[in-house]
Design a protein around this ligand. Structure first.
Ligand code: NAP
Length: 327
């Protein structure tokens, strides 16, 4: 069954923007190493062959160029006929979250991807680092005050120049998103990408996004990769295991189906062909009211936090209010 698509509302009528396939493949592999390149490219090609058209990358993941190579090969092999069939997302890293670095940053991402435009460009985190300072663990002396208004102006310029069909944000709280919506000229910031799954349901944020017409894309829809945290609360949930068993589905499918039924899109990471295929098989069945009620009662626990990207020294200086946790 083909992956359903959602039309995003923000683009100007003049922009021929592609609808977003609700299931995409994530290429953020935690700690990406050169050894993972061939397997990653192979998995992307397999996904395209199976019908995936939506791929998620970021400057920070260092997977942009592998994705670009896979896209070029897919075109050459005739797996797709044109780049326009794809929906490609990338994200600006915090060290480029400076007004004058935004357009150069998207141009660099496009160079890596060998593409002329992105379907979606996101502010990866509401945080600014000193230019040139790179990746986690982040030291406190690299952190600068984040000027959302000026960074968003840079994002709007990317949109105006045709380098990004849609612009949006990631890891924003409702109050940060509300601030942005007050002055965003490209109306509205159409997409918010956040951690979301049955054990971190994001109810408050989703309600806010629905009211404002902002589409939510879930990451860590399967609870995330265990390199960050030993226990995977989604995959180990007895409630989800019971629902999966009764339905003849896997826990992964139940979790992804739940995300889909909340009206969100999702980007899921796996390089395993059977799993890539299994994760697509969520569109021709439903969770019952009883299943949904049980899932709504699951204990909630946030996994990805700003704190998790900081060095111990920087985390110790983080004021509590920066660790806002919303349910
Ligand atoms: P995830 O999609 O929740 O995946 C978690 C783990 O589930 C993977 O390690 C994978 O293991 C496993 N898996 C996948 N399909 C499965 C299946 N059918 N059955 C059992 N296990 C399965 O994790 P994520 O990487 O946190 O999120 C996905 C993507 O979202 C990332 O790759 C990235 O592109 C994006 N992301 C964005 C942000 C952001 O700040 N915007 C943050 C985190 C992630 P195997 O690989 O061993 O199959």
């Amino acid at each position: 069954m083909a992956i359903p698509e959602v039309v995003l509302s923000s683009t100007s009528p003049a922009t021929a923007a592609r609808a977003i396939p609700v299931l995409g493949m994530g290429t953020g592999l935690g700690h990406f190493t050169p050894e993972q390149r061939p397997a990653t490219k192979h998995a992307i090609l397999q996904a395209i062959e199976l019908g995936y058209r939506h791929f998620d990358t970021a400057a920070m993941y260092q997977s942009e160029d592998v994705l670009g190579e896979a896209i070029a090969e897919a075109l050459q092999a005739g797996l797709i006929h044109s780049r326009a069939e794809l929906f490609i997302t990338s994200k600006i890293w915090c060290a480029d979250a400076h007004r004058d670095l935004v357009v150069p940053a998207i141009r660099e991402s496009l160079r890596n991807l060998k593409l002329e435009y992105l379907d979606l460009y996101l502010i990866h985190w509401p945080m600014r680092l000193k230019a040139g300072e790179s990746y986690p663990p982040i030291e406190s002396h690299h952190i600068l005050p984040f000027d959302l208004k000026s960074v968003w102006e840079g994002m709007e310029e990317c949109h105006r120049l045709g380098l990004a069909k849609h612009i949006g944000v990631s890891n924003f709280t409702t109050w940060k998103l509300a601030e942005l919506l007050q002055y965003a000229k490209v109306p509205p910031a159409a997409v918010q990408v956040v951690e979301m799954n049955p054990t971190w349901q994001q109810k408050k944020l989703r309600e806010f996004c629905k009211e404002k017409g902002v589409h939510v894309i879930a990451y860590s829809a399967l609870g995330g990769q265990d390199i960050f945290m030993g226990k995977n609360l989604v995959m180990e949930s007895q409630v989800l295991k019971d629902i999966a068993k009764a339905k003849g589905k896997t826990v992964a499918q139940v979790s992804l189906r739940w995300v889909y039924e909340q009206g969100a899109s999702m980007v899921v990471k796996t390089l395993n062909k059977e799993r890539i295929e299994q994760n697509m098989k969520i569109f021709d069945w439903e969770l019952s009211e009883e299943d949904k009620h049980k899932i709504s009662q699951l204990p909630q626990c946030k996994r990805v936090t700003l704190r998790s990207m900081l060095s111990a020294e920087a985390a110790s200086k983080l004021p509590d209010e920066d660790e806002v946790v919303e349910e």
